[in-house]
Design a protein around this ligand. Structure first.
Ligand code: PLP
Length: 478
């Protein structure tokens, strides 16, 4: 493909994507294919000779599209939203075209510098403490692929900090002895990526039993005391703002002072809900963030920036940089130290120019536009909540704070499994289930995901659920 053909095909591709998104409601939100379907439709071997563009596009229609779960469908209400916008896509096209790999300032100065500024813009939108801004000298933000990566990296940095501190206290203990005594904490409502960070690092992580889905200071304090008495070194704690299961919020004001008193690195995971904290009426959920050493949220969930874009801040980037610094000569450059070299801030070396899509989104929407989009989703979640509460067969199982509504049929888990299975089979809307393991309660999750969601979409989902419920024989179960 040369530049001339790229101009032609690129424009066709833009039309293809715009048509897809514009007419997405004509498709079934969830695909009807069986595992292994695609293998049967394409050659097992790579093509030896070049193929025609039109043949590839025909296969996009016949092979790829039937196997797509349409995350941007107006009736997609599963998981959490996957953000998207034409503005972000334009930024992404530019990033792909520039195609730089910005691992150091020198490897593409604009890539590093725009990222620093974008992270400062986002930090200011969230009113993060000044310690997290680049101007602080020690703190700053960086874009990662995912929240999971941030939680893992923060754990590694916290581990190094703890080792440094313990070595100062007792020179007789080497780093491996110290590591074997480290213990971290996370709520039983935290995302599975926290447990995984413990598995990957082989550091002991203890699950804190939540009370009403919140990690409580008193329970955490008790566990820390117990661990100290047993000769362990508490060092890391993950608090969640907007849990995956039910969007519950830990109180940073409560957990933060405990972490501070014990020199525990507090990492805050606000993967989904973080975006909403740019609205003043929700900012109080971030109160206590000054106790955190690191904070992450995913603009790629709820800030109109398409995947991947996970925004991470460190109060003192030194611990991360020291954890990851390796210094081969071929990566050195003359301007080192004047700007961050992000290769020291994460696991991989190569990195894309992801700040471009943030830049396009923030400039084309403005903070006002993003707040409006988020408030609309939250308003619609409350509408769904109200509709469900209007039918006394249903109950809402968690306070609705953001764009997620957790509901269930009053009664046992079996009827809720049955309702979910019928919704899945029906295919008009797509939702998922979750459970509260402490009370063995299965429930259904309704997330407002569609970028242009309206009351009609919510009423459609509600109507579908009621329609399906009416076909069930509930009398004996209720
Ligand atoms: N943390 C929370 C609270 C989440 O809800 C999720 C995903 O939904 C994650 C972490 C994982 O996010 P990622 O896919 O960016 O690793």
């Amino acid at each position: 493909m040369d530049a001339e053909e790229f101009r032609k095909r690129g424009k066709e591709m833009i039309d293809f994507v715009a048509n897809y998104l514009e007419n997405i409601d004509e498709l079934k939100v969830f695909p009807q294919v069986e595992p292994g379907y695609l293998h049967k439709m394409i050659s097992a071997d790579p093509p030896i000779k070049p193929e025609e563009w039109d043949n590839i596009m025909n296969d996009v229609n016949s092979v790829i599209m039937p196997g797509i779960t349409h995350w941007h469908h107006p009736h997609f209400h599963a998981y959490f939203p996957a953000a998207n916008s034409y503005a972000a896509m334009c930024g992404d096209i530019l990033s792909g075209g520039i195609g730089c790999i910005g691992f150091t300032w020198a490897s593409s100065p604009a890539c590093t510098e725009l990222e620093v500024v974008m992270m400062d813009w986002l930090a200011k939108m969230l009113q993060l403490p000044k310690d997290f801004l680049s101007e602080s000298g020690t703190g700053g933000g960086v874009i990662y692929n995912t929240c999971s990566e941030a939680t893992f990296v923060a754990l590694l940095a916290a581990r190094n900090k703890a080792i440094e501190f313990r070595r100062k206290e007792n020179l007789d203990e080497d780093q491996y002895t110290i590591m074997s005594k480290l213990v971290g904490y996370y709520s039983d409502q935290a995302h599975s990526s926290v447990e995984r960070a413990g598995l990957l690092s082989m550091i002991k992580m203890r699950e804190v039993k939540s009370i009403k889905r919140k990690m409580r200071g008193s329970v955490l304090q008790e566990m820390i005391k117990e661990d100290l008495e047993n000769g362990f070194y508490p060092f890391y704690c993950v608090a969640t703002l907007g849990t995956t299961g039910s969007c519950a919020f830990d109180s940073l004001d409560e957990i933060g002072p405990i972490c501070e008193a014990h020199q525990i690195w507090l990492h805050v995971d606000a993967a989904y809900a973080g975006s909403a904290l740019i609205c003043q009426e929700y900012r109080h959920l971030l109160d206590g963030i000054e106790y955190a050493m690191s904070f992450v949220f995913n603009p790629h969930k709820w800030m109109l920036v398409n995947f991947d874009c996970s925004a991470v801040w460190f109060k003192d980037s030194r611990f991360v940089v020291e954890t990851f610094t390796v210094d081969p000569v071929y990566l050195k450059h003359k301007k080192e130290g004047k700007c961050p070299d992000f290769r020291h801030w994460h696991i991989q070396l190569g990195r894309r120019f992801r700040s471009l899509k943030i830049w396009f989104v923030l400039r084309l929407y403005g903070v006002d536009g993003i707040q409006k989009y988020i408030r609309n989703h939250i308003k619609l979640a409350h509408l769904f909540e109200k509709l469900m509460l209007g039918d006394d067969r249903f109950e809402i199982v968690e306070e609705v704070t953001m764009g997620l509504v957790c509901f269930r049929l009053k009664g046992n888990n079996e009827i809720n499994k049955e309702l979910y299975s019928r919704i899945e089979g029906d295919g008009r809307i797509h939702i998922v289930t979750s459970e509260f393991s402490d009370t063995d309660t299965l429930y259904l999750r309704f997330a407002v995901c569609y970028q242009f969601a309206t009351e009609d979409h919510v009423k459609y989902a509600y109507g579908t659920i009621i329609d399906i419920t009416n076909q069930m024989d509930l009398c004996s179960d209720l």
